[in-house]
Design a binder for this molecule. Structure first.
Ligand code: GLU
Length: 503
């Protein structure tokens, strides 16, 4: 073994709720570093200024903490190669981009958005390989420099070879080839001065001395661009190891339409972190003795990166629940179980909030059990007829629920006042009275037509559980066909000037 320190990293973009795929990549990177006495780094890739948020970063850190995955360096604890948040590293990227331009590996591009869009469409029609016609690649450097100095808006693109083949090795798959002609002159610096993912990931993985890039298979197609950047800079690339894609039962890529994907959902529905990690470990690896239940410690002991198997692992919720049950029954004393329940939902804070929603309808103390089961279980049965929006059929109701889902997805903060305001607006827009509009939602979140106040209930359940239940209700109604969904999405976007919800 070489004496290079094994350093792995997790590089999430803080653009939404933490995803199980993030935990999956984190686990394998973490285990590989620990196995080798190396370091595991958390780097926040927040170069998409519109979509990144501090709130999402906090949620990622919080979820990883819940899982018990610890990093040795990161934005919250610092480290020798910081800062670990890309938005704080702009000057580093600028320096590197300038070097690439000065050495003729990259060039400023002055094409307007409109032109790029037009060219892309034309080339698509004519079957040309890539999306950009490389117009600015031929501007003499001096002229380009002057235009930049004069304040003209520009991006910077890398010069991808026009012919030949890129070859690289994936640790699990061996040699992979891709023709350069199929790859665009990728933008590496955006007009807002922020780098794109491709530049930032290469510069950071190098400067942070990452030895193994362990991440999801969806990034494999980006490797040629990265390899080229490593070559331009004269750096040695790290080992690339792409984990197999997590799949729904029908083998399509894991998606929220078919599975819960938010870590928060698992936490809120009472999955134990050790069971979830064990389950994620099984998505691509199992110990030689085939025992399916193992702790992270055991995984560290027995894991070998070369044993990761590529057969697309199926994310089977029933299996996760089966494992979770084993942890509860085999590993927890009753007292420990009580402690877990307390941490989970039976604590004073949470229980007080729940009581506030039902106190008004209690006559005996034991009534709380009858009035609040939906706060403690996911086993909710729906009667189709209760879910229908008055005057609409199954599909019509699903369309309304889908719009509600889109709205809830982008709602922050997820509190009762904000939720109420959203429904109020939706009611005004659609002309459906608020009471009528919310009736199927009572049923979706509680299973009953009469239940605890809707907006309070949603706030307590949280965004992920609420949305998952609405999805389940839609499924009960037969759901929407792909075609219908696309059409609705277009209408929805058109009806909102910004294409982003009701505001
Ligand atoms: N920021 C990328 C993500 O959101 C990281 C991809 C990588 O690991 O290189 O997943």
């Amino acid at each position: 073994m070489s004496d290079v320190e094994i350093r792995t990293r997790l590089a999430p973009s803080p653009t939404g709720a933490p995803h199980v795929g993030t935990a999956y990549q984190a686990l394998f990177g973490y285990v590989w570093a620990r196995k080798n006495g190396g370091k595991f780094v958390l780097r926040i890739e927040d170069t998409d200024r519109e979509r990144s948020s501090a709130e999402s970063e906090r949620a990622i850190i919080d979820s990883l903490g819940w899982l018990g995955i610890k990093w040795d360096e990161g934005p919250d604890i610092g480290g020798p190669y910081g800062p670990y948040r890309q938005s704080e590293r702009l000057e580093i990227y600028h320096r590197h981009v300038e070097k690439l331009v000065a050495e003729g590996h990259a060039y400023p591009c002055f094409c307007s958005r409109e032109r790029l869009e037009r060219v892309r469409k034309e080339r698509q029609k004519s079957g040309a390989g890539s999306g950009y016609d490389r117009k600015c690649r031929n501007i003499p450097p001096e002229e380009a420099g002057k235009r930049v100095e004069n304040g003209e808006e520009f991006t910077v693109r890398m010069k991808v070879p026009l012919e030949g083949t890129c070859r690289f090795t994936d640790f699990l798959r061996g040699e992979i080839k891709k023709d350069w002609s199929s790859i665009d002159d990728q933008v590496i610096l955006k007009a807002d001065g922020y780098p794109t993912y491709h530049l930032a990931v290469v510069v950071d993985d190098h400067l942070m001395k990452i030895s193994h890039v362990i991440r999801g298979e969806e990034w494999i197609n980006s490797v040629p661009k990265h390899i080229l950047l490593y070559r331009f800079f004269g750096w040695k690339p790290p080992v690339f190891c792409h984990l197999p894609l997590l799949r729904n039962k029908d083998r399509s890529k894991l998606s929220k339409r078919k599975n819960p994907v938010s870590l928060e959902w698992y936490r809120r529905t009472g999955i134990l972190p050790e069971a979830l990690l064990n389950f994620l470990g099984l998505m691509g690896w199992h110990p030689a003795d085939d025992e399916e239940k193992f702790s992270v410690e055991e995984m560290v002991e027995k894991f070998r990166l070369e044993d990761v198997s590529l057969g697309g692992p199926v994310f089977d919720l029933d299996k996760l629940k089966w494992l979770n049950g084993r942890y509860i029954r085999e590993d927890l004393t009753t007292e420990q179980l009580m402690n877990r329940l307390e941490e989970w939902a039976l604590n004073r804070d949470n229980f007080t909030r729940i009581l506030e929603t039902c106190k008004g309808r209690m006559t005996t103390l034991s009534d709380w059990g009858r009035l609040t089961p939906h706060f403690f279980t996911e086993d909710i049965e729906y009667r189709k007829e209760d879910l229908l929006l008055d005057g609409l059929d199954e599909t019509g109701t699903c369309e309304v629920l889908q719009v509600v889902l889109w709205e809830l997805e982008r709602l922050t903060p997820f509190d009762k006042d904000t939720i109420y305001r959203m429904f109020r607006k939706l009611s005004d827009r659609t002309g459906i009275k608020l009471k009528k509009l919310t009736a199927p939602l009572y049923v979706a979140v509680s299973g009953k037509t009469v239940s605890t106040p809707l907006f309070d209930t949603m706030e307590i359940l949280g965004s992920d559980v609420t949305r998952m239940r609405i999805r389940k209700a839609m499924e009960r109604l037969g759901g929407l066909s792909g075609k219908r969904l696309k059409k609705l999405e277009k209408e929805y976007e058109r009806s909102n000037v910004t294409g982003r919800g009701l505001d």
